[in-house]
Design a protein. Sequence first.
Length: 216
Amino acid sequence: MTGRGRELADVLKRRRVNVACLQETKWKGNKAREIGEGYKFYYCGSDGKRNGVGVVLDSGMKERVTDVKRVNDRMIVVKLMIENKVVNVVSVYAPQTGCEESVKEKFWEEFDCMMMGIPEREDVYMGGDFNGHVGRVNDGYERVHGGWGYGVRNREGEVLLQAACAFDLAVVNTWFQKRDQHLVTYKSGHHATQIDYLLIRRNQIKSVKKLQSASR
């Protein structure tokens, strides 16, 4: 674990990242620990074999933390005070397409409860592996989908867009015109897709200047 943490810290420092949302960490426990280079990792995991989410903050951001809510091994909320504004950094890991419907339904029920627990006056920055495709076109979801997605929407992507509408969250990845290779967040052989998304409150969209993926 120590080696993995240091490797992560080195990558984040090299890319000058202030805040990172991680999924499928597979780190057991509900803890916070220093991982090197001034970074602190807040994480939640039920065991060391599956799931797990976390938020990493740099030396400046970690001093602004006011609360941490570990919902389960798929959701964590780290609350910060930044320039007199309350900011919620949320890391989310949705069930994979092949999971049972009951698992997916439970996830979205818990997602709804989590979001309802965040006052509307507070900002939200949510980074998640949603295991769904919102697709290139935004028909029916123009308020939350900017029209610059990737691929074809599937059922899981539809549910994500419905949740975004319910809580007035913009899917930031879709609000910037990019080449396909800069939209893809997951590659395996010749298969490329977009399943990782950044969601923020819709009234915050003007605060985002640029978004480019680093596919895994």
